[in-house]
Design a protein around this ligand. Structure first.
Ligand SMILES: [Mn+2]
Length: 209
């Protein structure tokens, strides 16, 4: 599962804590606008209904503004579309955060959804790492393959340079478990990206994030 981060990216700089990233390959054509300090407004069209629902939830519960346009090879399957959207969203998050000055850096959430409980924790450390612990008792939700949940978060953690832990504490319904993961991720990322005026410079003793 090769992830190409830089060579094929065509970037456009935007002022403020927002970013637009465009990426085009033979498999996907993606344009994402991400705004850290938003209101939860989202326009999402990936061609995969359940994935759109998840990304809208992500924006809503993280209070991000998000515009996602994806033309992927969904006639093959959902794999490239979901993975590449993760790569580009991660790039947009990283770019929007810029120098990371005065951010809280850490964020976590324990998020219930009916019978499901999901834990998420984030460190915007600059070092990519994913720990994912979740199982689904169904292969698909709509046209979304449940095995792509981990791939999506792996792609984000690597392209955004974040340490990301997602754990299903318990749950039964795959729609609930996945949705709780996206919401827990959103709330954790919202917390980690908040500006805290008490933090002067970078929140590290190392001098770099
Ligand atoms: Mn739902």
């Amino acid at each position: 599962m090769p992830i190409q981060l830089k060579s094929d990216l065509n970037r456009e700089k935007v002022m403020g804590r927002n970013a637009k990233v465009i990426r085009k390959t033979s498999e996907t054509d993606i344009e994402i606008y991400f705004e850290t300090d938003g209101t939860g407004e989202a326009k999402v069209d990936t061609g995969i209904g359940f994935f759109d629902h998840m990304l809208k939830s992500f924006a809503r519960h993280g209070l991000f503004n998000l515009d996602v346009k994806v033309k992927g090879d969904i006639e093959v399957d959902c794999h490239h579309t979901i993975e590449d959207t993760g790569i580009v969203l991660g790039e947009a998050i990283k770019k929007a955060l810029g120098d990371k000055k005065s951010i809280r850096r850490y964020g976590s959430s324990l998020l219930p959804m009916d019978e499901t409980l999901v834990m998420c924790a984030i460190d915007l450390s600059g070092r990519p790492y994913l720990v994912f612990d979740g199982t689904f008792n169904t292969d698909r939700v709509g046209y979304f393959d449940t095995e792509m949940v981990k791939e999506f978060f792996y792609a984000i953690s690597y392209s955004a340079g974040m340490n990301l832990h997602i754990k299903e504490m318990y749950g039964e319904n795959a729609h609930h478990i996945i949705e709780a993961m996206f919401k827990a991720f959103a709330r954790s990322l919202d917390e980690a990206t908040r500006i805290d005026r008490r933090v002067t410079g970078l929140p590290t003793t190392k001098g770099a994030l």
